[in-house]
Design a protein around this ligand. Structure first.
Ligand code: ZN
Length: 481
């Protein structure tokens, strides 16, 4: 039994809370004055554990730049490196009050049981809940985007054309073998499947992913129309947007999450709503990669369950869910929508808890007797709360991640005095340096090739993206057509 005394609730009430058997055992009025604010653990609906070692590798990248660099950023990892990269992110998330995440896991050239288990063990060691979804595709960027290879200079074209990913049967067999670890997963860890980007997947591969999800009862999570180019390519390939294409293959349902969903059209949003699918919203990443402003008001008008995420450290750099809440709230005000459609603090907090829980397939977090004891205690003497006018607003409008004092997951204390207990005895800086000292030379050739390719890919993406769509997600400039 753990007893937590003198906690303020978001409604201003002050309580003592007892934890027992992984759940909240009792809640009683407190005798003393509150010095901590109690909130349910935040949930990161979309991140990439492999990218935790890739903070700051780039500045002005388009999404397509990031995809060009993808193979080396997640490549050549042994189980120990996968484990460390995952642990680094888990510690960062826990210290910022996040108790569960959806990790789109990347292992190049294909996922393995050992790699998935290494990631699972890292989350378990940190004491965080996670859904881990191998992110897979059977087509390279250069095979997936019509005309891209032809736009490259001759020497680079030959090298890019030689890139190959494992074919659909090989990948599906590897996934099938990897999912055999499901019974051995630590408590709090489950697996899902992430066919990464629709046009990076052949029809046969999508069909295989759907069958695999049925067989193992897996949730599906796919980047959908993250950039304008992705929406344009989908129309060129299939005459529809990417969600409509996935629906033709039977992938869209209550178990499906569309990540980013910036450049989906109204019909695709209707479809997501009709099928009971969810969306993962990553405002900081969308800003960082210049992908535009997601039509959150249109999602909400349709009642689509929307979770909030940070994305990976190569496109967001920070795994701070308080920053995600604040970005989501502020960004909703940049669009020409009525003030009633601006996201208020309670709405972004609901996204970061109940909405993200829907993406993970978890129950909505609650502070109630019998609910899982996934709890965050915030210091009320932190700048974000001094002075305190309205705690429910200030968790979203302030910068409250630094106020995290203690975190509990399933009743186990995982953060003390603001530090992740599992990593507090480790020199993470030295371990990161050692991991990169080992990885960097091995990754150098593929990184060098990506650096040579990237300017051409970005030029191509920018030029192609000038083609019109019947809607826009970017602020037009005065001289725009
Ligand atoms: Zn992603």
């Amino acid at each position: 039994m753990t007893l937590l005394r003198n906690l303020m609730l978001l409604d201003g009430g002050c309580v003592d809370v007892a934890l027992h058997g992984g759940v909240i055992a009792s809640i009683a009025p407190a005798q003393g004055a509150a010095d901590r604010l109690l909130i349910p653990g935040l949930i990161n609906a979309h991140t990439h554990g492999h990218a935790n070692l890739m903070k700051g590798v780039a500045d002005r990248w388009l999404l397509e730049s990031s995809l060009t660099h993808g193979p080396w950023m997640g490549g050549q990892r042994d189980a120990a490196t996968i484990r460390f990269s995952t642990l680094l992110g888990a510690a960062e998330m826990l210290e910022a009050g996040c108790t569960a995440c959806f990790d789109l896991f990347f292992e190049f050239p294909m996922p393995s049981a050992a790699g998935l288990l290494a990631a699972a063990e890292a989350y378990a060691e940190a004491g965080m809940r996670a859904v881990i979804a191998p992110m897979v595709a059977d087509r390279t960027l250069f095979e997936a985007i019509p005309g891209l290879l032809d736009a490259l200079p001759e020497d680079l074209r030959a090298q890019a054309a030689r890139f190959r990913l494992p074919d659909a049967p090989t990948l599906l067999a590897a996934l099938h073998e990897a999912f055999a670890i499901i019974p051995d997963l630590p408590p709090g860890i489950t697996l899902a499947l992430a066919p990464t980007i629709p046009h990076h997947c052949s029809d046969a591969f999508l069909a295989g992913c759907r069958a695999m999800a049925d067989e193992f009862g897996l949730r599906l999570h796919t980047h959908a129309a993250e950039s304008k180019l992705q929406a344009l390519v989908a129309r060129r390939l299939w005459g529809t947007g990417p969600v409509a294409h996935l629906d033709r293959h039977g992938l869209i349902g209550p178990h499906f999450t569309a990540a980013h969903a910036i450049w989906l059209d109204e019909g695709e949003l209707d479809l997501l709503a009709r099928r009971g699918a969810s969306i993962a919203h990553m405002p900081a990443s969308n800003l960082r990669l210049g992908n535009g402003v997601a039509p959150v008001a249109e999602w909400r008008a349709r009642g689509i369950a929307t979770g909030l995420g940070t994305d990976g450290c190569n496109s967001a750099d920070s795994l701070d869910m308080f920053e995600a809440m604040r970005s989501a709230a502020n960004l909703s005000r940049i669009r020409d929508v009525p003030r009633a459609d601006w996201l208020h603090a309670a709405a972004v907090h609901a996204m970061a808890t109940a909405g993200s829980a829907a993406v993970l397939g978890h129950a909505a977090p609650r502070i109630a007797v019998g609910a899982p004891a996934d709890l965050v205690l915030l210091r009320l003497d932190h700048h974000a709360f001094v002075p305190l006018h309205d705690a429910a607003t200030q968790i979203a409008t302030g910068n409250a991640a630094g106020a995290v004092a203690e975190v509990f997951v399933a009743g186990r204390q995982v953060v003390r005095d603001g530090r992740c207990i599992a990593t507090s005895g480790l020199d993470l800086r030295a371990l990161s340096a050692a991991a990169l000292a080992d990885l960097t030379p091995r990754l150098a050739p593929s990184r060098a090739l990506a650096m040579a390719l990237e300017p051409h890919v970005a030029d191509f993406a920018e030029y192609q993206s000038r083609a019109p769509l019947p809607f826009t997600r970017k602020l037009p400039t005065e001289h725009a057509a």
